[in-house]
Design a protein around this ligand. Structure first.
Ligand code: FPP
Length: 237
């Protein structure tokens, strides 16, 4: 287990991939892969807390995931709703504060209501900030930030010449959340898939072959150990 020191990242972001393949390989319907994946979410949240990680961002549903069959979307939304309803007391007990990023207005009403309730209930917790990316796409996030900047420029509240990195950062869904130090992707694919494009500029990337439902406490420890071995230079020599 890595030591609790500066080698522990402050913010870990995860592309949770491979639920479907995990299920297919067992002759199970895809939704069973998502269900098992929700168990990994629970375990990884707990482990982050134990390690002293302050922010965990999970790619739970992408803008592109709306193109999946209706039955799978329904299963994912219902899993998310159940997870929020059942786990809010546990998050409360563990000092986890929930956030959500994405075009949340596109979520079904019942799901959004459950999400807002969980966010509100956990809003004064300070141990771990858990950020769920839902109906999230990084390009869409940047488009929304540009629209906001344009609105402010049109009304004269913003001088276009004053737009800098910070001005954009502050208008992303993640405003106020530090950039991820470590990005993990499961299931072996070497892609970013429209996740946090702006925010991962300097993140270390760790890709593991394990499918998300098989990614548990020991695997997170391993990813953190890999992160700790790397020498982070931020473009300097
Ligand atoms: C990717 O696997 C995973 C998803 C699209 C959804 C992630 C959702 C969960 C882990 C469960 C619920 C989440 C929470 C926060 C409770 P895939 O379906 O793309 O797998 P494949 O690439 O093998 O088909």
């Amino acid at each position: 287990m890595p030591e609790m020191n500066s080698h522990v990242p402050q913010h870990v972001a995860i592309i949770m991939d491979g639920n479907g393949r995990w299920a297919s390989e067992r002759g199970l319907p895809r939704r069973e892969g998502h269900r098992a994946g929700a168990e990994s979410v629970r375990e990884v949240v707990e482990t982050c807390k134990e390690l002293g990680i302050k922010f965990l961002t999970l790619y739970a549903f992408s803008s592109e995931n709306w193109n999946r069959p209706r039955t799978e979307i329904k299963a994912l939304m219902s899993l998310l709703k159940g997870f929020l309803r059942r786990k809010t007391p546990e998050m409360q007990k563990q000092g986890v504060r929930l956030h959500a990023i994405g075009r949340l207005e596109e979520l079904p009403d019942d799901c959004r209501a459950e999400l807002e309730k969980a966010i509100e209930h956990t809003s004064s917790n300070t141990d771990l900030d858990l950020v769920l990316a839902l109906s999230y796409g990084a390009r869409e996030e940047i488009v929304d930030a540009c629209r906001q900047l344009a609105r402010e420029a049109v009304t004269g509240d913003l001088d276009p010449e004053s737009i800098d990195n910070d001005a954009i950062t502050q208008r992303l869904y993640t405003a106020g959340i530090p950039d991820p130090d470590l990005l993990i992707r499961t299931s072996g694919e070497c892609r970013i898939s429209n996740f946090l494009l702006w925010q991962i500029s300097y993140a270390e990337i760790v890709i593991t072959r394990k499918y998300w439902p098989d990614f548990r406490e020991a695997d997170l420890h391993q990813a953190i150990a890999e992160y700790a071995r790397r020498h982070r230079r931020f473009g300097a020599i």
